[in-house]
Design a protein around this ligand. Structure first.
Ligand code: NI
Length: 225
């Protein structure tokens, strides 16, 4: 399931992040990925050694964790620290699938990547190209969102970033290990949760809605790890 999550960050938060990021140190993105992905990856990545990095990264996590749509869709168990990338001057990231296992460098623990997240930090009109193209069973999807919005998609999907031919595209990206590993189960739970919320706002907490909410939680209990 691909899901657009609007306004994860306010425009003010985006401006503050961009101020710090634009003044910071950027490194060759290819040095930060496995050898297969590195061949396809031509961009810059904000230095994770930078003094600013932990707070910048944490501000993305805080914004996601208080976003109800993100929490319902991703059912996050653990989040890897968000990183930041920049594409300009024809930078691109060819077709690839993200590594299934990523190391959390803060504690040397391994995390399974179930969901990939991109939070856009440039306005679409500020650059040409740079679309995130995600292939799934329903075909190919082109994503280019307002600054502050996010897209989440299964990490198992083949995806790429088209060359940025003018301006620059800055984004944050991260991976989530979900409580529910299976994407189809996650998508059913999300659909049930969203419809329960709508029904509750239409007719209040009837006995039937309370019972169905119980089923939601019992399914989550069955499927979560
Ligand atoms: Ni990727």
């Amino acid at each position: 399931m691909l899901l657009h999550i609007p306004e994860v960050l306010t425009k003010m938060q985006v401006a503050q992040l961009r101020g710090a990021l634009d003044a910071g140190v950027w490194l060759d993105g290819a040095k930060t990925s496995g050898p297969l992905a590195a061949e396809a990856k031509h961009n810059l990545q904000f230095s994770t050694e930078s003094l600013d990095y932990p707070a910048l990264s944490q501000s993305i996590i805080a914004a996601l964790e208080k976003n109800a749509l993100f929490v319902s869709a991703a059912l996050p168990q653990r989040l890897l620290p968000p990183m930041f990338n920049r594409y300009a001057d024809g930078n691109t990231y060819g077709n690839h699938v993200d590594n299934a296992i990523q190391m959390d460098r803060r504690n040397n623990e391994r995390l399974r990547t179930d969901i990939s997240v991109t939070v856009f930090l440039s306005e679409p009109e500020d650059y040409a190209g740079g679309e995130l193209i995600i292939e799934d069973t329903y075909g190919s999807h082109e994503v280019k969102l307002p600054a502050g919005d996010a897209i989440i998609y299964p990490s198992s999907s083949l995806h790429r970033v088209e060359p940025v031919t003018a301006g620059e595209r800055v984004a944050s990206f991260l991976w989530v290990q979900s409580l529910v590993r299976d994407a189809w189960q996650r998508s059913m739970l999300f659909n049930l949760d969203m419809n329960l919320i709508r029904l509750r706002s239409q007719v209040g907490n009837t006995d039937e809605i309370v019972a169905l909410t119980g089923h939601y939680h019992n399914l989550l209990r069955q499927w979560s790890s």
